[in-house]
Design a protein around this ligand. Structure first.
Ligand code: MG
Length: 170
């Protein structure tokens, strides 16, 4: 039996990230600095939202994950602004012939409430991704007091991304 395999121009990917929250660290999510008593612990700036988006993009293209592209054993990435990592991921995706359709993100943080920051985060991410804000969905939730996230000890972020094959690439 012969099988026909037409080119599939669309792919989806999923991303997830979590970071512990501690005193004496800054909180930056979605590329936006957020006043908070606690911030994310991490090798980079600990921007869980951007890390989840990076993994969703890379996953959609079956190009590995953020850890394979930017190993946390590499001193170049210590304390790095994660916006630079996302810029690089977008660049690598483009070079591989893919472009973004949209991303959708859920970030879970007990406090401070992120809802007032959604506009700023979407704008920042759209800028880096090179798409309109209507292609960047974002929801902010608490964990209703449950588990480590609910206790204010961690932040988690989920993202999905859809990409398409650019027609100018074979
Ligand atoms: Mg991370």
């Amino acid at each position: 039996m012969s099988s026909v395999k037409p080119p599939v121009p669309f792919r989806i990917g999923i991303g997830y990230d979590s970071h512990r929250l501690v005193s004496n660290r800054a909180l930056r999510l979605g590329g936006v600095d957020i006043p908070s008593e606690r911030g994310t612990l991490g090798h980079s700036d600990g921007d869980a939202v951007i890390h989840a988006v990076c993994d969703a993009l890379l996953g959609a293209c079956a190009m590995g994950d953020i850890g394979t592209h930017f190993p946390d054993t590499d001193p170049r990435y210590e304390g790095i602004d994660s916006r630079q990592l996302l810029e690089e991921v977008v660049e690598r995706l483009h070079r591989a012939g893919w472009a973004l359709v949209n991303v959708d993100i859920t970030v879970v943080l007990e406090r401070p409430k992120l809802r007032p920051r959604i506009v700023a985060m979407r704008s920042e991410l759209a800028d880096i991704l090179g798409v309109g804000e209507e292609r960047v969905g974002m929801k902010a939730k608490t964990n209703e007091g449950l588990d480590a996230v609910g206790a204010g000890e961690a932040v988690v972020a989920y993202a999905v991304a859809m990409v398409y094959r650019r027609s100018d690439v074979a």
